[in-house]
Structure formats: C-alpha cells, structure tokens
Design a protein around this ligand. Structure first.
Ligand code: AMP
Length: 396
C-alpha cells in the first residue's frame, strides 16, 4: 500500500481529497467533527515535511448548483479549530482564482477549495474536470474513505494524472488495514456480529466474510427471517418473507465452511412498535401473534457475551435491537459492553456501517473499541469484497 509515509512533501503541493461531508445544525454549524479530526494526521505529516496542502471535498448533495447552504465557507471555523491552523479559502474549485491561489500557496499553508459538487462534473467523473484540478499540485492524496466507493472525478478519475505521486492518506490506510484484519490477517477466532433490520442488505457481506470468520452472531430485525425459516413462530416481528429459502442456504453455507452461527435464543417482545409498549421476554421461536421482537433477551445476551469473550478479532455491523427506543436498547448496550471488555483484554474490534457507528458514538463506546470506521457505504462495500474505485485508482 503506497501511503504518504513513502514520500517527502518538502516544497511540494499536495492535493488532498478529504471527506468533510459533516453533519450540520440548522444554522450550519458542524455537529460532529470526527471526519475532520480523522484526517489531521495526514495534513500534519505533509505540513511537517515542509509541503503545502490543498484540501478538496464535497458537502451534501447540491447536485451541480452553487448554494450558500452547501458552501464549505460555513465549516471553515471548525476546520481551523481542529487543525489549529489558518485555512485559506477559494470560493470556486475551478477557474482563475483557484489557479492563482494554488500557485501562490507556500510551504506550511493550507487552502480549501469550494464544494466540488457545485459542478456536476465531479459526480459524473469528468476527465477534463479532474485534469483541471490535477494541475494545482505535485502529488495527489486520497484520504476520503467515506467517499472511496464512488468513482468521482476527485476520488478516482484524477489519480491517472499522478502516475507516480498518488498516495493513500493515513486515514485511508487505517481503514483498509482494519478491514484487512477482519477479512485476511486477523488473529483467530474471528467473529462477525451482524444486526440491523434487513437480511437483504447484508447477504453479499455474509457470503463474502464466511471464508474468513469462525463465528457469526445474527441479531436485530434480520434474525427473524432466519428464525421463521427454521420453523419458529415470530408473531409480528420484522421478516423478509421472500428471503426464507436464502436464509436456510446461508445457514447451510456457514456449516459447510465451519462457521458457527449464533441466532437469538430469547427475545424482548412488545405489543406495538413504541417505546411505551407492553413488553415480555419469550423464547424467540415462540412469539405470540400480535407481538414483535424488539431486543435481545437475557439468555441471548449471555450467549453473545460468551462468543465475544472467546474471539480475538471482532467485526460489528448493525444494532441487535431497536436501540433508538430506550426500552429496547439494553441488548445492544450489553453487546457494546462485551465488545469493550474483549477489546480491553486484547481482542481487535472493528465497528462499521451506519447505525452501529451512531450507537457507539451516542453511548460512549468510541474509545472502548479498537476502530470505528468513518465510512458507511464504503465500509459495507469493502466487506462485500469489492475493490473500491478510490482504492483501485491508487493501487493500479
Ligand atoms: P440497518 O439499516 O438494516 O442496518 O438497520 C438498522 C436499524 O435496525 C436500526 O434503526 C434498528 O432500530 C433496527 N432494528 C434492530 N433490531 C430490530 C428489531 N428487532 N426490529 C425492528 N428493527 C430493528
């Protein structure tokens, strides 16, 4: 893997694609700066070498139209705060101003270009647009893991203009190493915990990770499709009726590959999808009509704990209950506690993909697991075994 550590940026200009697509409040203040913090090491390394940094990113979905709402101007104070440095700004990523400002940039300085997606050419992967951007710098660095699954001008197409000076940033390297640990080089036993609402969105992941793992915990809403396929009574629980056969096939494939699958044993059920619903704890194979399973039961939590404590490498994607409702969050909290305990005892744990990342942040597990991925879609596509366009463009 060719990273920025393989290059000395002294007196060089680096065009760094970052993912500053950060969440903002109604008055456009940054509400979660993790993605900015995550690329600080990359920016620091280039500046410390004596180079200069041209940052480019998208923000939101302006769909090719210039708008105040999606202007990167709004997030400059937060970027300056996190980096501890002044950041120059060019209000158009293309054109004479950008050409002049990048030309005049001195070692140690940072320049931020306006939202790339103010041009449709960005998402269309336009080669001429990419070439214009490429003229600003001596080297190209991709540190935008969150956007690495997109074949856009600035994330993939542009790399061709830097045949020998294209590099992964340190965040990209960390993300790719974490995935590699789970899929290839991790210490055994390797455990994957998959939750969330749907089997259908996780099928390719399951098929791709089976050869690499020893244990698979299936929880959350997607577990009921398996339970029903095995003959269980699931009441009104979430189910994908057209995936029953597939669920059995997955279980069969797991068996063939010596992967032990752990489905829930018992479950907290509710008489409606509501935090204040009436609840009971029952056998997962015997849910009464009119009731639905919304959180892992006591025996299930203990089983999960045992499996987690016996694993050396742990991947977690998807909550195992409706954690957004306080009365159904205990199972996912127990799972987080077990992963934190295993991590403290030396296991490697990777949390990735939308809702589980939201969970670890909200409930304070971020520093108790080994790595929390910054990319939702990019993480899931990597687990599906795809080579991301942003990764391929640097590797080939
Ligand atoms: P996904 O987007 O497929 O990863 O699903 C995440 C969502 O699954 C979260 O919003 C959870 O609330 C939801 N979820 C987890 N367990 C259940 C369950 N037993 N029934 C319904 N939804 C669930």
């Amino acid at each position: 893997m060719k990273t920025i550590n393989d290059f000395n940026f002294k007196d060089k200009k680096a065009l760094v694609r970052v993912d500053f697509n950060v969440p903002q409040s109604a008055d456009l203040k940054v509400t979660d700066n993790s993605r900015i913090k995550a690329v600080k090491p990359t920016i620091d390394k280039i500046l410390n070498d004596g180079g200069s940094v041209i940052l480019m990113t998208h923000l939101g979905r302006p769909k090719g139209k210039v708008s105040e709402e999606f202007s990167l101007k709004n997030i400059i104070p937060e970027i300056e705060e996190v980096l501890g440095k002044k950041v120059q700004f060019c209000s158009d990523c293309i054109g004479v101003d950008a050409e002049n400002m990048t030309k005049n940039l001195k070692p140690g300085e940072i320049l931020l270009l306006e939202n790339l997606r103010f041009y449709n050419e960005e998402e269309n992967g336009d080669v001429q647009f990419a070439e214009k951007l490429s003229k600003y710098a001596d080297a190209y660095v991709n540190d935008a893991f969150g956007t690495a699954h997109r074949e856009h001008a600035s994330t993939a197409v542009i790399a061709q203009f830097f045949p020998s000076t294209k590099f992964f940033g340190l965040l990209m390297a960390k993300e790719l190493e974490a995935i590699d640990k789970v899929l290839k080089s991790g210490e055994k036993p390797v455990l994957a915990i998959l939750g969330g609402s749907k089997v259908s969105t996780k099928i390719t992941i399951i098929e791709n990770i089976l050869p690499a793992i020893d244990h698979l915990i299936i929880g959350g809403g997607m577990a009921f499709t398996f339970v029903k396929a095995l003959g269980g009574k699931i009441g009104n629980s979430l189910v994908e009726a057209d995936k029953l056969k597939l669920a059995l096939e997955i279980l069969e494939k797991a068996k063939e590959q010596n992967v032990k699958v752990h489905l829930p044993i018992d479950i907290i059920i509710a008489d409606e999808f509501n935090n204040d619903a009436e609840t009971k704890e029952v056998d997962v194979y015997d849910i009464p009509d009119g009731w639905m399973g919304l959180d892992a039961g006591t025996k299930t939590r203990l089983l999960n704990h045992d499996v987690i404590m016996n694993s050396r490498t742990i991947l977690w994607n998807g909550p195992i209950g409706v954690f957004e409702m306080p009365n159904f969050s205990a199972g996912t909290i127990a799972l987080g506690d077990s992963i934190a305990e295993a991590t403290e005892l030396g296991a490697f744990s990777l949390v990735g993909g939308g809702d589980s990342v939201a969970f670890v942040k909200q409930f304070g597990y971020e520093d108790k697991v080994s790595y929390v991925s910054t990319g939702g879609g990019a993480m899931l596509e990597s687990l599906e075994g795809k080579e991301l366009p942003g990764v391929k463009a640097i590797n080939h």
